[in-house]
Design a binder for this molecule. Structure first.
Ligand code: FAD
Length: 399
């Protein structure tokens, strides 16, 4: 079935995802108008059939068998600015707008708040699903509200960041506690040509300024884009080393006691629940902090599953401090280098960043799944930490 607003021939997931893998789509709906999207979602949800939303396909890994249900491809666009009496600006953006084009627009309009998130692929609607973040900032800091179409009732509702329980690469939509379609996202931005305070050492070092300083929005965007390119973290059609879903695994959070059982040179960041700050456990860690742009971001509860069997869990010992680890460090120090490929496998660890699994050409979902399982098992056997995937996996078992 097609909604009558898109192409008659269904594309495959491999045509619509940044990893360029994944099989057939059962029923494809290319939704270029919000009104038609609401009508299509209502009708699909009433049918009781399986369904899923698709944005830019940059955080999605679908099996070679594909998905037999309905795929609602979010492609409606538009944005509106509204100045507020307190001097802030409310920017409402429809879900199908391209994220990085939006960031470029805010920078050119002198609107501060999104500049650190330059270069992240995907759509605006999906940005809230995992509370996208990089270089010490995430969208929860500037989110005002989301217009949401709730499954299964198809009632339109407004949700705040608190309603969405935004955490580190997490929300109630990511965990599946709440399902539906993000219709639009409204950000509260500041009219200023200066960036938010720089919260990541690699960015301040590259700019030759101090942590906490601000620079022009353009300068910040350029610097972030250049750092991201050096790690293959800007999706580039011409560079297969960037054909990935970004970080494949989330930085794990473990108890402080367990963290101390790891090698002393493993980066460890104490999470302060009260002040929401992240503190290096020892001075050496600062030197290795550039392994992952996510290390400084605040960590929510969602990753508690990363605590390995045998280690004290957050739930068992709620008062014990929690410590974030670098998934990239764990992978590299378990003996999996950048550029690693399984014998006969066509998926590859990025040659620029250990956290990204890439499709340098000819890989299928089975190749990606096998490499992800190998990495996960290897890290678990070496360090006792079970890495959790960051992207949405459809038909790709990791256990
Ligand atoms: C090179 C590269 C670098 C990356 N760097 C970062 C980074 O620095 N930080 C970061 O946080 N992420 C990063 N990512 C991951 C990804 O870009 C983001 O998660 C992005 O927000 C996904 O957007 P998308 O439109 O591609 O979503 P998709 O991949 O299409 O979908 C992701 C999930 O969201 C759901 N979804 C999509 N749209 C909607 C909607 N409108 N309503 C309801 N559900 C929806 C889908 O069903 C799916 O479960 C990176 C990815 C790549 C390829």
């Amino acid at each position: 079935m097609n909604s009558g607003v898109g192409p008659v021939v269904s594309p495959r997931f491999s045509d619509l995802t940044t990893l360029a893998i994944g099989g057939e789509i059962g029923h494809y709906h290319h939704l270029t108008s919000r009104k038609k999207a609401v009508a299509a979602a209502r009708s699909v949800w009433e049918s009781g059939d399986e369904w899923m939303a698709l944005g830019g396909g940059s955080n999605l890994v679908v099996s070679d068998e594909g998905f037999p249900g309905h795929v609602l491809h979010v492609a409606w666009r538009g944005k509106r600015l509204k100045a507020q009496p307190d001097g802030s600006v409310l920017l409402t953006v429809q879900a199908g707008e391209d994220w990085d084009q939006l960031v470029a627009y805010t920078v050119s309009e002198g609107l501060c708040g999104l500049e650190s998130l330059s270069g992240i692929p995907g759509t605006v609607g999906a940005s809230v699903i995992q509370n996208i973040g990089a270089y010490g900032h995430e969208i929860s800091e500037v989110l005002d509200h989301v217009d949401f179409l709730e499954w299964p009732t198809a009632a339109e509702t407004t949700l705040t960041g608190a309603d969405l329980a935004l955490g580190h690469r997490s929300s109630v939509m990511k965990t599946g506690e709440r399902q539906g379609l993000v219709l639009s996202v409204t950000f509260r931005l500041t009219k200023s040509d200066k960036s938010l305070p720089i919260a990541y050492p690699q960015v301040s070092d590259a700019l030759g300024v101090e942590l906490g300083d601000s620079v022009s929005l353009e300068k910040l965007r350029e610097t972030v884009l250049s750092l991201r390119r050096s790690k293959g973290m800007v999706h580039d059609e011409a560079d297969p080393d960037s054909w990935s879903v970004g970080s494949f695994f989330i930085n794990p959070v473990v108890t402080e006691r367990f963290a101390h059982s790891l090698p002393s040179d493993a980066p460890k960041w104490l999470l302060d629940e009260n002040t929401h700050t992240v503190i290096s456990l020892d001075a050496e860690d600062a030197a290795t902090a550039d392994l992952d742009a996510d290390l400084f971001a605040e960590q929510g509860e969602s990753n508690a599953g990363a605590i390995p069997k045998g280690a004290p869990s957050v739930k068992e010992a709620p008062s014990e401090a929690r410590v974030k680890l670098s998934a990239a460090w764990l992978i590299e120090h378990s003996g999996i280098p950048k550029g690693f490929q399984l014998p006969g496998g066509k998926a590859r660890v990025s040659t620029k960043h250990t956290l990204a699994i890439t499709n340098p050409g000819g890989a299928n979902a089975e190749d990606v799944g096998s490499l992800a399982r190998y990495i996960r098992t290897h890290v678990a056997n070496t360090f006792g930490v079970v890495l959790q995937p960051e992207p949405t996996l459809v038909g790709i078992p990791l256990d």
